[in-house]
Design a protein around this ligand. Sequence first.
Ligand SMILES: [Cu+2]
Length: 201
Amino acid sequence: MRQVATLLLAVLGLASNAAAGDIDGKIVGWSRAFPSPEHPAVVWVEGLPTRPVNKNEPVMAQHGGQFVPPFLIVVAGQTVNMPNEDEVAHNVYSLSPTKLFDLGFYAKGDVKRVTFDRPGLVEVLCQIHAFMRARILVVPNPYYATIAVDGSFRIRNLPAGTFTLTFWADGMTSFSQQVTVPQEAKAVIVRVAWPSSTSGK
Ligand SMILES: [Cu+2]
């Protein structure tokens, strides 16, 4: 049974502009040494209508026989550029249900693009080089944050309301927690205990 995360919530300050507030959070009680660059952790808001995202298309290159970066967060609807910067050909594909694709063989200088429509985790592989692995985490909207090594995160410019935050960390089971951003709030401070029963996969 999933352990319910404890949450302490306090409202900081008053702002004349009631339109937006930040969620200023901190994860406490990690059961392992998370997060780290090798084991990223991300939090996002469920159920909010999307807002325009940066027009720049994120890049995941094939470089030196690896995917660079090996972990990429994109917003649903975004297109990722996948250039081959190596002298050798690669064949980039995924069997993940979130996004099934096969870009075929392509050589140095070629750029292929993939649009990720649905939220979820996508494992990216190369048919030629079994050691090449990367992951793309597709979040539902731009209201997300990477959780820092010290457990802190900040999601900016939310409207007032009650939202469900989903916490994801590599190798751990995701969990959700509700947070209310009051009309008058400039920022809400949340402390979230990562449920110990969700460690491991
Ligand atoms: Cu390859």
